[in-house]
Design a protein around this ligand. Structure first.
Ligand code: CTP
Length: 444
């Protein structure tokens, strides 16, 4: 009996998939179809698959062409499968020509002609979100690059109230320039806002009142009352309003929270997170945007870790700060107090410390090495080092693709983000607001 195997995602099942399976079946007597798992697709950078694994398997099953269906879960599984199932022929579409030649060592490799004019990517893109960028800052370059890795979004154009600045940026990045914001709104469903934080409230409100979904750079805004008002408008108009705090959406960070909450390291007593920079004369993008000191520019990150792990019911917050001659805090350590635990953040724009994250529990601790906000790896450690465990995840590129992907998912499915929600965002705003109003600050 000649056994054939083929691999694919089979998202939004289409004619091309059917033809491929039909021709694969004709190559032998027994066809095994391996359908990629969601985790494997994410790991190989395919972020925007629409159908669930169960649905994709069902669709392959419905063709009646597969004698057996398996799930592809890891890199290198193909060799294992070929040996395990005694495969004679490995086949995929011609878009992969040459890529799997290394499998010739184990079985015959055949590339079948791909059906022209159809693909899952194209079907996914049919419902594309049209997006505009407001703000001509350096991050536009990274944002635009990362968008390419997420299907289903078209970059329509750029607007900044400083026309010369936006003209330079539009030219540099080959983005269409909009001279007035209303004409940009006319073309888009959603906007990404990257203007200085003191302008966030104004631009978010304006975009929401023009019925646009909003993804806004951090810190979301600087005033708690204004933050609440923005979410109220978004809710009333059924619009998605999200903060672009990239770590919140990244695979490794998203795994930290459930592991910690599972009780593996016992009851959590403290979360210590650090984010420091020395900018000297070189103005860093975020500091430039924040037009303030360490808390304004950087506290969102430690607070993300604290609120995700300890919840948002804090009882008090205090700050220990070093201010420069211009009354800008160049270094701040802050404590967020909870009933049974404490969160500590260290932020600096002119001092340096290890940028790591530690979660202290009664049975052990979780350690994320620097830079923890870009992590692809963390460790769970115990008194008995034999019980220690390392966890590895994917962190591609600049990491912005994960927040963009979630923004699109939320728009398409009409749901709020589960990764970084209104309550958490507003809790960060309330801490920054307290600092700006000189509450509980001890100067050193
Ligand atoms: N395939 C094909 N003809 C098409 C599309 C896909 O023969 N028009 C084949 C692929 O070469 C692969 C299998 O179908 O062997 C499963 O492909 P998959 O990657 O799931 O489908 P695509 O439509 O190519 O998906 P995407 O656009 O997400 O890459």
């Amino acid at each position: 009996m000649k056994k054939v195997i083929t691999y694919g995602t089979y998202d939004l099942f289409h004619k091309g998939h059917y033809n491929l399976l039909k021709h694969a079946k004709e190559l032998g007597d027994y066809l095994i179809v391996a359908v990629t798992s969601d985790a494997f697709d994410k790991a190989r950078g395919k972020l925007n698959v629409k159908d669930s694994l169960v649905q994709r398997i069902k669709n392959v099953e419905n063709t009646g062409l597969a004698d057996e269906i398996i799930v592809e879960e890891y890199f290198g599984q193909k060799i294992d499968d070929i040996k395990k199932y005694n495969i004679d022929i490995f086949t995929v579409g011609s878009d992969w020509r040459g890529y799997f030649d290394y499998l010739n060592e184990y079985c015959q490799v055949i590339y079948l002609d791909r059906t022209k004019g159809i693909s899952s990517t194209e079907l996914r893109n049919r419902k594309s979100v049209n997006l505009g960028i407001i703000g001509a800052y350096d991050i536009v370059h990274r944002f635009k690059n990362e968008m390419k890795f997420v299907g289903g979004v078209n970059l329509i154009g750029l607007y900044d109230e400083d026309y010369n600045k936006s003209e330079r940026m539009a030219l540099k990045e080959s983005i269409i320039l909009y001279k007035d914001i209303k004409s940009l709104y006319y073309e888009v469903d959603a906007v990404y806002i990257c203007v200085p934080p003191k302008e966030h409230y104004k631009y978010i409100k304006n975009a929401l009142l023009s019925d646009k979904h909003v993804l806004c750079e951090f810190p979301f805004c600087l005033n708690e009352i204004e933050g609440k008002e923005l979410f109220k408008i978004a809710e009333e108009r059924n619009l998605i309003l999200m903060e672009a705090l990239k770590t919140a959406y990244c695979p490794a960070f998203c795994k930290i929270v459930p592991i910690v909450k599972s009780g593996l390291i016992g009851s959590i007593l403290s979360v210590d997170a650090c984010f420091t920079q020395i900018h000297g004369n070189k103005i860093n993008h975020q500091i430039e945007l924040a037009s303030g000191g360490s808390v304004n520019a950087l506290a969102s990150y430690p607070l993300l870790a604290i609120f995700k792990i300890l919840g948002t019911d804090f009882t008090d917050v205090n700050f220990i700060s070093k201010f420069n001659a211009d009354r800008i805090d160049i270094f701040t350590k802050f404590n967020v107090l909870f009933k049974h635990s404490i969160g500590t953040g260290t932020v600096a724009i002119d001092a340096k410390n290890e940028g790591d994250l530690t979660v202290v529990g009664t049975k052990g601790y979780l350690y994320v090495p620097a830079p923890w906000w870009k992590t692809d790896y963390f460790e769970v450690r115990f008194e008995d080092i034999n019980k220690n465990n390392k966890y590895f995840y994917k962190f591609d590129g600049d990491g912005l693709r994960y927040e963009i992907n979630n923004f699109l998912e939320c728009i398409n499915n009409k749901v709020s983000s589960i990764y970084w929600n209104k309550k958490e965002i507003l809790s960060v705003v309330s801490v920054i607001d307290k600092f700006r109003n000189n509450k509980n600050i001890f100067e050193i």
